[in-house]
Write a protein that binds this ligand. Structure first.
Ligand SMILES: Cc1ncc(COP(=O)(O)O)c(C=O)c1O
Length: 443
């Protein structure tokens, strides 16, 4: 318990190095910020460095990093094998207007592990992967609309970001509304996105049967982080599979996060096969990356020999640095290594649930594999509305999050996190102990 007695919130002081950097940043970036998800008030801790499972801020405070850059760093920070591969490649150049052997090798590895991915293309982010999947599905089907699910995050492409948030004032509407996430979203975008409730077969059926001849794609994340990391039910995904197949609609699984759940991605666990899959995060070994893949017949819309039907450029697509880093990271993720970190994830989920029991705090833990999410309430969790917090729950969650930071545990503010390969069972116990202390402190 010694470790959690030491508080690590020096970054909060207005005299801290982090505060000074935030002040400089505010002079050149709106709100001092260039990535909405890493903002916190009045300023975040700034990083000095990361090593393995640890991240150290400018004040010299070390924390166990359970965010791992929002699940992307499956090997934690500064992995020696990835570093060696990148340093080797740096000598030969960082990007060229010619393809390399490295992108071919990474594409082969992914296609080999995920049978539904016959062909794939690389992008620089998950946002771009989702964008290209939607554009590809539109070209393949000749239809304009997509169906997505309330609350789900798929990056910043106009069409994919509809209904990330639905205000409670609109929950009474008889049909799940499509709401703009960014101010200024064109009406044409709104009209071409249908929204249904996550894990709700009847709601999806309503949208699909009514609009099937206009629907290019159904976009679904099998375990969405913004919907509490609640896994989709098998019945829900199977129903989507059956309906999309019946109407010739492209079923897209967004596995940007869930690829880290299993050797073959979440689709191999749930046993439902999509037509297209979007990927990012772990396949880049810590460098910017994305990929869109699927049935060769659909992916042919990107084939330059045929036009192409969908042009897809990108100056840094499949650059050799990302490709060698991604290949090294993925090769280290053997089935045994997936099993090991998933077992640590299971121990952590159990330990966190026991901590809430012990403290008599209502709560539950969701997630799968190496991913977890804490919820400080006992509502049955199925969709965006059931995972949305009341003002009191929000306040308690924020307090527990701050307390965890002070006790040396770095999670997302929504209390989502993941295990990385440098972690061991001692790290899991440290996290559980810090959570128990945070519950006690915020009671
Ligand atoms: C499910 C999902 N899709 C897409 C994205 C966007 O990926 P990126 O941040 O690489 O653009 C994210 C990012 O967290 C995500 O979680």
């Amino acid at each position: 318990m010694a470790a959690i007695d030491q508080r690590r919130d020096a970054f909060r002081a207005m005299s801290s190095a982090s505060a000074a950097l935030a002040e400089r940043a505010r002079r050149v970036m709106p709100g001092g910020n260039t990535r909405t998800t890493v903002y916190q008030s009045p300023h975040p801790p700034y990083v000095a460095y990361g090593k393995g499972a640890t991240i150290v801020d400018m004040e010299g405070d070390a924390r166990l990093d359970f965010i791992n850059n929002y699940t992307s760093l499956i090997h934690g920070h500064a992995d020696p094998d990835i570093n060696a591969a990148v340093i080797e490649q740096l000598q030969y150049g960082t990007s060229y207007a010619m393809p390399t052997v490295h992108e071919v090798a990474l594409a082969e590895l992914i296609a080999d592990r995920i049978p539904s991915v016959e062909h794939l293309r690389f992008t620089n982010s998950g946002t771009e992967a989702v964008m290209m999947a939607i554009k590809g599905a539109r070209a393949f089907t000749g239809r304009p609309k997509i169906l997505k699910f309330e609350g789900c995050y798929h990056g910043s492409y106009d069409f994919a970001e509809i209904s990330q948030v639905t205000p409670e004032s609109r929950w009474e509407e008889s049909e799940t509304p499509a709401t703009a996430t960014a101010l200024g979203t064109p009406q044409g975008v709104m009209e071409n996105v249908l929204v249904a409730r996550y894990n709700d077969i009847a709601d999806a059926e309503r949208a699909i049967t009514r609009h099937h001849d206009e629907l290019a794609a159904v976009l679904v994340d099998p375990m969405p982080s913004r919907v509490g990391t609640v896994p989709a039910t098998h019945a829900f995904l199977s129903a989507l599979r059956a309906m999309t197949r019946a109407y010739g609609i492209v079923l897209i699984f967004d596995e940007v996060i869930t690829l880290r759940v299993a050797y073959g991605g979440m689709q191999s666990v749930v046993g439902v096969t999509p037509d297209m899959t979007t990927m990012a995060k772990i396949i880049g070994g810590g460098f910017p990356v994305g990929a869109v893949g699927g049935a060769a017949e659909i992916m042919a819309v990107f084939d330059p020999r045929q036009g192409p039907k969908v042009p897809h450029g990108g100056t840094f697509n499949a650059n050799p640095i990302t490709s060698v880093a991604g290949l090294t990271a993925m090769e280290k993720m053997t089935p045994a290594e997936f099993d090991r970190i998933n077992a640590l994830g299971e121990t952590l989920r159990e330990g966190l649930a026991e901590a809430m029991d012990g403290a008599r705090v209502p709560g539950q833990v969701t997630g799968a594999g190496s991913v977890f999410n804490l919820h400080l309430h006992n509502r049955p969790l199925t969709d965006y509305r059931s995972t949305s917090l009341t003002p009191a729950e929000k306040a308690r969650t924020a307090a527990v999050y701050q307390s965890m930071l002070a006790h040396g545990i770095f999670l997302s503010p929504s209390m989502m996190g993941c295990v990385s390969t440098p972690m061991d069972s001692a790290d899991i116990h440290t996290c559980v102990d810090a959570f128990a202390a945070a519950l006690h402190e915020t009671a």
